[in-house]
Design a protein around this ligand. Structure first.
Ligand code: HEC
Length: 147
């Protein structure tokens, strides 16, 4: 949590530089432009494996890959000054289902509802379908612990 604001600002600058400010179409801006390797509608939480959760945990915490979700959402996923709590049952952008979270990670959040900064797609750097699915599973389980 040392430089979260700078991180968010950098993301805004990158997006402004690439998009020229012309794209105001919101969260769904990226929808339809990428071919989903997994149909989010078919994602079933019952298929989540411990291996997948371990991979998702490492990705969330920036131990592997170029993106750290915890930089904005906090190490415990409970949010902070730049990004929301992912462990509660309040969802700003979706119904919080496994498939919806998967989609949200891909599109990011161009029009935040409560926070000042945006979330870049995949939190900053593209993920392989396997890693995308794993981090979505990890985030889903933060608010829906296995019974
Ligand atoms: C640069 C900061 C930043 C990073 C990095 C980041 N997020 Fe976000 N995230 C946000 C912001 C800002 C929002 C939207 C807040 C708002 O709407 O006010 C958000 C929203 C979300 C939401 C939707 C929450 C809801 O209530 O509907 C999910 C899910 C999410 N992020 C998951 C992730 C995951 C997983 C990663 C890592 C792959 C990640 N985020 C990386 C800043 C970030």
């Amino acid at each position: 949590m040392r430089h979260p604001i700078r991180f968010a600002l950098a993301a805004v600058l990158v997006i402004a530089a690439c998009g020229g400010g012309a794209d105001q179409s919101g969260d769904s801006a990226a929808a339809g432009t990428t071919v989903a390797a997994v149909d989010p509608a078919t994602l079933d939480p019952a298929t989540i494996t411990p291996q997948e959760l371990a991979l998702g945990d490492s990705l969330f915490h920036g131990l592997i890959g170029a993106t750290s979700c915890q930089a904005c959402h906090g190490p415990d996923g409970k949010g902070g000054t730049v990004a929301p709590d992912l462990t509660d049952s309040t969802w700003l952008h979706s119904d919080g289902s496994y498939g919806a979270i998967y989609k949200q990670i891909e599109t990011g959040v161009m029009q935040p509802k409560q926070y000042m900064g945006v979330m870049p797609p995949f939190g900053g750097a593209p993920l392989t379908p396997e890693k995308h699915r794993a981090v979505a599973a990890y985030v889903y389980r933060l608010s829906n612990p296995a019974k």
